[in-house]
Design a protein around this ligand. Structure first.
Ligand code: AKG
Ligand code: FE2
Length: 319
């Protein structure tokens, strides 16, 4: 886990960049700005650029940048992403997150998630309290790899914090901190598992997507394992494969033992390596009075061609 705390002068430098962008792109929407983000990110403070260079080359599992600029007149927390999309709440903070994200990867989106938006809002939504989506609140958000069901899932999930008065923690589990018995690791490394979409993927008719991918849970370099699991949506591919089902249960116990909590403060952004970390969130009581917890989220891929191959076009929106 690595953290960079910005100096006030660096914060001002970022603020000025955002000012220029607002002039250049007008009252913009994040999607418009994304293709230009890498160019503009060249003007971010040098310590920020060096930080992300190291994160990339070392495959840092969890990276946090603190002290990012926040609008003085930040809007009240929206009651769900639809409201945020309509009102453009937190647009400046979207630019900041998109700019930093450009140093790690390429933003992309899912057509069936938050209506194909490039930057998502993570805030509690009435009616979604118990759901398995970022709009949940009173139910915990179970530990997961972001979009574990898809071959083209992100390399990094970036979350920036606009408001978190109640100090609700994001839970992270780093693969390097999980010690698995070899027998268990061997089962988890076999392609004996179904990875299914979570409830945030909703098609045009309001039904959850039914795509399934059959694959291992554990893979990658032996000295730094990669993980792919959503504890709500990954199961044994064969109903009669009791060893595979049992392996998920055992893995869950190991993962829980390695849980760490990170409380994001306003002005913090966290970058989770989606191959090396699973994450989730503690439950909380929403108020829906404009003061609830509020994050922005971006999915990042290292090579945008993987998205182009998935979409068979030069589109950044899958599905
Ligand atoms: O709210 C959080 O801290 C994490 C939410 C989450 O898992 C996500 O938005 O992907
Ligand atoms: Fe997530």
């Amino acid at each position: 886990m690595k953290r960079l705390v910005l100096e006030p002068s660096e914060r001002r430098q970022i603020d000025r960049l955002v000012d220029d962008l607002v002039v250049e792109f007008g009252p913009w929407e994040a999607a418009q700005f994304v293709p230009h983000a890498k160019r503009v990110a060249e003007s971010l403070p040098i310590r920020v650029r060096q930080f992300f260079r190291r994160v990339l080359s070392a495959e840092t599992d969890v990276a946090v940048v603190s002290g990012l600029p926040l609008s003085e007149d930040l809007a009240p927390t929206p009651t769900g992403w639809e409201m945020a999309a309509k009102t453009g709440a937190g647009a400046r903070e979207e630019v900041v997150l998109t700019l930093l994200s450009a140093l790690l990867g390429e933003p992309f989106a899912w057509g069936d998630q938050q209506n194909g938006r490039m930057v998502h809002d993570v805030c509690p939504a009435p009616g979604k309290e118990l759901s398995e989506t970022s709009g949940s609140s009173t139910a915990p958000l179970s530990l997961h790899t972001e979009d574990a069901f898809h071959q083209c899932r992100c390399d990094y999930v970036a979350l920036s914090c606009l408001r978190n008065d109640d100090r609700i923690a994001t839970t992270v589990v780093r693969a390097d901190r999980i010690a698995l018995p070899p027998r268990l690791a061997a089962i988890l490394s076999e392609r004996r598992f179904h990875h299914r979409p979570d409830q945030s993927h909703v098609g045009p008719h309001g039904h959850a997507s039914e795509a399934v991918d059959t694959d291992a849970i554990l893979f990658g370099p032996a000295e730094a394992r990669y993980l792919r699991i959503d504890f709500d949506d990954t199961c044994a591919a064969d109903q009669d494969d009791h060893d595979a089902a049992e392996a998920i249960t055992e893995l869950y116990a190991h993962v829980c033992a390695a849980r760490e909590k990170v409380v994001l403060e306003p002005g913090d952004a966290i970058f989770l390596d989606n191959y090396r970390v699973v994450h989730g969130r503690d439950p909380f009581q929403p108020r829906y009075d404009g003061t609830d917890r509020w994050l922005k989220r971006v999915n990042l891929i290292r090579d945008i061609r993987r998205v182009y191959l998935a979409t068979e076009s030069r589109s950044r929106v899958i599905g």
